[in-house]
Design a protein around this ligand. Sequence first.
Ligand code: NAP
Length: 245
Amino acid sequence: MLEGKVALVTGASRGIGRAIAVKLAKEGADVVINYVSNEESALRVQEEIKSFGRKAYIFRCDVAKREELEALVDFTIEKLGKIDILVNNAGIVRYNTITGMTDSEWSDVLNTNLTGMFNLCQLVAPHMIKQNSGKIVNISSLAAVKMLPASYSYTASKAGVAAFTKVLGTELIANNISVNAIAPGIIITDMLDTLGDAAEAYKQQVPAKRFCEAEEVAELAYFLCQDISRYIVGQTIVIDGGLSL
Ligand code: NAP
């Protein structure tokens, strides 16, 4: 379904981003795999994607730095000629109390999760507008919908992603570009470790009585990257086993 398409996925070396990059490639897309520090993991994703016949490149870039995002976009255009699909997935979380939260625990999360997404959308949009087509999937979080204790910067960033997605979605649909977001509940990735002992208590609260696999989020991302979903505009779709209800 995605033959001939080019996808750029941020934070694709591990977790949800990795699952999305692999899924899009399995469906026919060539992929640029962004990572920030974990080159070994990024190389493993590249090998996996190449093994089923797609082109795959890795590119190190900190999404919190605009000049590095410019280099990421230039690299993608140079190697693959265009960008049909952008998945803004790279993200970090820091937990602290209101009195304990440091400047960097606030600003690092906002710069990575929200400003990084804004900058990359701004850099990629001209290419999509020129070709009069495109799909953008932003990864928000259940934290944007349901209170997550001590997650001040994370919640602010992810609610920002959902709100930003509405505005961008309504602007770019006139250019045949679909912009939507996904709000995952609790997904089995390295980020789950940040919940520590609280994880088990959360599992009991999930009506589905289990956490979600990254591959299930990837299936939803794939749906949003196909033409069949083109009338969905600026939405944030929750995938959480019922936890938000
Ligand atoms: P993860 O397993 O911790 O992986 C994070 C990925 O983001 C890695 O590929 C990492 O690269 C990359 N990354 C981190 N900071 C970056 C930066 N500054 N620049 C570029 N790449 C960066 O996380 P995950 O659980 O898959 O989460 C992916 C997204 O889903 C995040 O936006 C997260 O907020 C969201 N989400 C996750 C959950 C969950 O339960 N897991 C729930 C809701 C939303 P390296 O490997 O190089 O470090």
